[in-house]
Structure formats: C-alpha cells, structure tokens
Design a protein around this ligand. Structure first.
Ligand code: CMP
Length: 139
C-alpha cells in the first residue's frame, strides 16, 4: 500500500462558478484526504514560474493569463496511490476526451479552462507541493 501526496489546483474557472465545495467533497468521497489547502490569486509572474515547464509551448501565454485571472484553491491530497487516483478523478486534460463522471467532464469548458490541475508523477508532485506549501502547513 503506497500512501502518497499529490498537488492539486482548483482553477479560476471553477472558483468563478462556485464549484470549490463540490470538488473538495469529491476528493474526500474518493478517499483522498486534504492535508493542505489555501486560496491564492497568482500574479502573471507567479503563474509563469509555476508552469515554467511549459514555457515555449504555444499555449503558454494563454495558460498563464488564465491561471492569474482569478483566485485558485491550491491543495495537497493524501491517500493510497494519490497521484494516479487524482488523475483518474480529474479525467483527461481535454474535457472533450474526459470519461463520464470525471471532474473535467462534469465541470470543464475547454482544454485551457479545465477546472483542475493535478501532478502527473512523484517528482512533479514533490516540486509542486514545495512551490506552494511549507512542511509545517501540511497535516
Ligand atoms: P494542467 O494540468 O494545469 O497543465 C498544463 C495546462 O496547460 C493543462 O492543464 C491545460 O489546461 C493547458 N493546456 C494544455 N494543452 C493546451 C492547449 N493545447 N491549449 C491551451 N491550454 C492547454
């Protein structure tokens, strides 16, 4: 049994649509525990820093403008195989390809405004958690 931590963002489209409670309830009902949580409104610079791995991709400017367009909720989720589990709960990046019942199928409007972000692997989870949280903020 691998208890992992992963990083998640409830994106500005979802906070704008008052979906924070529904998304948090879904994580908890799927057995993921919220061990860190904060509401943040990133500046453009901060969004560019967080998504630096995508710098140079054609959607980078659109992505960072969107992620700094309103508040997000940043989360650390803990549970068995949390990284993969969270990705299953979110569904495919493009909501048009996301499976029925997934958060992106239910709530996302487009590949850019896709409601949630989740780490894709253990190394990115560790980097992304450390970007937003100190160890003493995780319980
Ligand atoms: P996320 O999981 O936050 O990681 C990077 C984000 O880039 C991704 O979700 C999408 O929202 C966004 N993204 C990926 N591909 C595209 C694209 N072709 N056009 C716009 N945004 C994209």
């Amino acid at each position: 049994m691998a208890i992992e931590r992963t990083f998640s963002i409830i994106k500005p489209d979802a906070t704008r649509k008052n979906l924070v409670g529904k998304i948090l309830a879904r994580f908890e009902s799927e057995g993921l525990r919220i061990c860190g949580m904060r509401k943040v409104h990133m500046s453009l610079r901060e969004a560019e820093g967080f998504y630096a791995v995508h710098a140079g991709r054609p959607f980078f400017a659109e992505l960072t403008a969107f992620m700094s367009s309103g508040p997000c909720v940043v989360l650390v989720l803990e549970g068995e195989n949390a990284i993969l589990r969270n990705r299953e709960i979110m569904g495919a990046t493009n909501p048009a390809q996301a499976a029925e019942g997934t958060l992106r199928k239910l709530y996302a409007d487009s590949i850019g405004e896709n409601a949630v972000h989740g780490s894709d692997a253990p190394d990115t989870a560790a980097t992304e958690i450390a970007w937003f949280f100190r160890g003493t903020e995780l319980h």
